[in-house]
Structures are given as structure tokens and as C-alpha cells.
Ligand binder design. Structure first.
Ligand code: NAP
Length: 295
């Protein structure tokens, strides 16, 4: 049993906390919006009013926050919790952020003798709820091994990627692949519908052929049902599309699907769809050309 201080009761953090409690850990949580407390108290987590209260006696300090701005506000600047963590505690950042922001956090921890892992996750609401995330981790291998007791209850697999920052980098590589699949399933469905194909038959083929992916099947089924219920908010996809481009630019490598995704996601957010699922970029594309994908 470990004592864990956890920040962030969003779609992902809420599921993670529930699974950490279920695994027998003592979890104390802080979230900016305290209206989320009753729900998480029901699963057995403790809650506090002041975020620095979660640090006292913690073996692990874990957080899953929306974006770089949130990390800067709570962790590395603003409330500056990173500088208040005691040596002996292991800090684990599960958010998707710029590797450079992650490196700034790492520098604060290391200057204070605190071990740190950048450990962003793949999977979405269902995987977070079911403890089935896929986690990519950067940091010292010894720190990774010491953290397995808190990483395993929230994940299907953990992947040690090497030195600090490699988890954050892998996450953006993965989300580039996600972005390209969102764009291509959208284009494929719109072309198929326009050409008179039955989209149920199209998805039958997409679900078995040598180009099948869970994203094609999941997003495709949602699009033909007109279901864009949120698992991964469109606002966060917009954030990631921008992070991917900035990251690729540092190496002068192509990231064209992130460029297209940014443009579509921004149009969706501007049209008020930001709290829908990221798959709503398919709706944005279809609406632009006047194609109704609902079957
Ligand atoms: P979310 O539901 O929007 O939750 C975001 C969390 O960050 C909430 O706890 C929110 O607090 C907090 N937050 C945002 N801005 C803040 C600020 N300025 N100060 C303090 N707290 C702040 O997001 P999520 O879907 O759980 O995603 C969390 C992270 O995981 C993101 O980096 C995302 O890219 C990544 N991720 C998400 C998914 C997914 O499918 N959803 C999958 C993989 C990775 P409030 O409750 O007060 O708003």
C-alpha cells in the first residue's frame, strides 16, 4: 500500500484514482473544481481543500492535468507544487504536454532531489475506468521499477521508453498517428457516402481488412450513429495537434495530419463543438461538404 497525492479529476484522472483506491492505495486528491469531490469520495479517496495538503507523507505525487497551462499554473509555476515535494516522494506526470514543459518540471524536481517520471497515457475514458491504459514512461529505470505498484493498477501495459522526456515524446508520436487516423476515416466515410456506398458495409470491411484499427472502427461507428459523446474532448485534440506540430518542427520532420487536424479541430471548437469528442472533426469535415454520415 502506498500513500498517493493525486491532482486532476478529469475524464482520465477520475478513473485512475478509482483504480488506485481499488488496488489498496491510500489516495488523497485535489481538484480545482471541488464539485467533483462527492463522486470520488464515494470510491474511497480522500479530498483536500489546499493542494499542498496532498504532499505531506506522500510516497507518490501523481497528476493528470489538461494541458501545459494547467501544469504551469499548478505544478511548475503559480502554486509551484513541484518545489514543495519532499525528497523520497516520486512525482509522476500522466498528462499530455510539450516535452519542453515536462523538462522544466523535471529540472525543478531533480534540483530538489525528487525522482520524476513523465508518464503520459494512451487509451481513453473506458480504459481509464477499467484500469486498461497503455502508459509510456521516461525517467530513471530504477524509478520506473519502484513505481510499478501505482502504474500497474491503472494500465494494461507499461512501456519504459528510456531517459527523462521519452514518455512525453512517445505520446506525441502516438497522437500524430491518432490524428492521421481521425482524418483518414473521416475522408474515407465521406467519399464512400458520396459515392453511394452503404456505410455499414463499408465499416464491415474496415473492421476486418489489413488496414483495420480500433480507431477506425470506433470513430466510424460513432459517426454513422451521429454519436460524438465525449471520451477525449475536441479541445484537447486541438491542443495535441499544436503540440505535435511544435515538436516535429524542432526536428524539421513532417506532421501534415497534425496540421489538418488543427485546422479542423479549431473550426469545431469555434463552432461550439469543443466539449464533444475529438471524433467530431469527422462531423466538421462532413458538414463542410454537406454530407450526412448518419445511417
Ligand atoms: P479533462 O476531463 O478536461 O480534465 C482536465 C483536468 O485538468 C481537470 O481535473 C481540470 O480541473 C484540470 N485543469 C485544467 N486546467 C486547470 C488549471 N488551470 N488549474 C488546475 N486544474 C486544471 O481532461 P482529461 O480527458 O482527463 O485529460 C487529462 C490529460 O490526459 C490531458 O493532458 C489529455 O490530453 C490526456 N489524455 C486524455 C485522454 C482522453 O481520452 N480523455 C486520453 C489520453 C490522454 P477542473 O475539473 O477544475 O476543470
Amino acid at each position: 500500500m502506498a500513500r498517493i497525492g493525486f491532482i486532476g479529476l478529469g475524464i482520465m484522472g477520475s478513473g485512475m484514482v478509482a483504480n488506485l483506491v481499488k488496488a489498496g492505495h491510500e489516495v488523497t486528491v485535489w481538484n480545482r473544481t471541488s464539485s467533483k469531490y462527492p463522486e470520488i469520495e464515494k470510491v474511497g479517496a480522500k479530498t483536500v481543500k489546499d493542494p499542498s495538503q496532498i504532499l505531506a507523507g506522500a510516497d507518490f505525487f501523481m497528476y493528470c492535468l489538461a494541458d501545459d497551462a494547467a501544469i504551469k499554473e499548478v505544478i511548475t509555476g503559480g502554486q509551484n507544487l513541484a518545489s514543495k515535494v519532499k525528497p523520497g516522494t516520486i512525482a509522476i506526470d500522466l498528462s499530455t504536454i510539450d516535452p519542453e514543459t515536462s523538462a522544466s518540471g523535471r529540472a525543478i524536481y531533480e534540483a530538489n532531489g525528487v525522482e520524476f517520471l513523465d508518464a503520459p497515457v494512451f487509451g481513453t475514458k473506458g480504459e481509464a475506468r477499467d484500469g486498461g491504459l497503455w502508459i509510456v514512461i521516461g525517467g530513471k529505470e530504477e524509478t520506473y521499477k519502484k513505481s510499478l505498484s501505482v502504474l500497474e493498477p491503472i494500465s494494461a501495459t507499461t512501456h519504459y521508453m528510456g531517459k527523462g522526456g521519452n514518455g512525453a515524446k512517445m505520446k506525441l508520436v502516438g497522437n500524430l498517428l491518432v490524428a492521421s487516423q481521425l482524418v483518414s476515416i473521416g475522408e474515407g466515410l465521406i467519399l464512400a457516402k458520396s459515392a453511394g456506398l452503404d456505410l455499414r458495409k463499408v465499416l464491415e470491411v474496415v473492421g476486418v481488412a489489413d488496414f483495420k484499427t480500433p480507431i477506425y472502427s470506433g470513430v466510424g461507428a460513432g459517426a454513422i450513429a451521429g454519436d460524438y459523446e465525449v471520451n477525449f474532448p475536441l479541445t484537447l485534440m486541438l491542443k495535441d495537434a499544436r503540440l505535435i506540430q511544435a515538436f516535429a518542427k524542432r526536428f524539421n520532420t513532417p506532421a501534415s495530419s497534425a496540421v489538418v487536424t488543427e485546422e479542423l479541430a479549431k473550426a469545431g471548437v469555434d463552432a461550439g463543438l469543443g466539449e464533444l469528442n475529438a471524433s467530431a472533426i469527422v462531423k466538421v469535415m462532413a458538414d463542410r461538404v454537406g454530407v450526412d454520415l448518419v445511417e
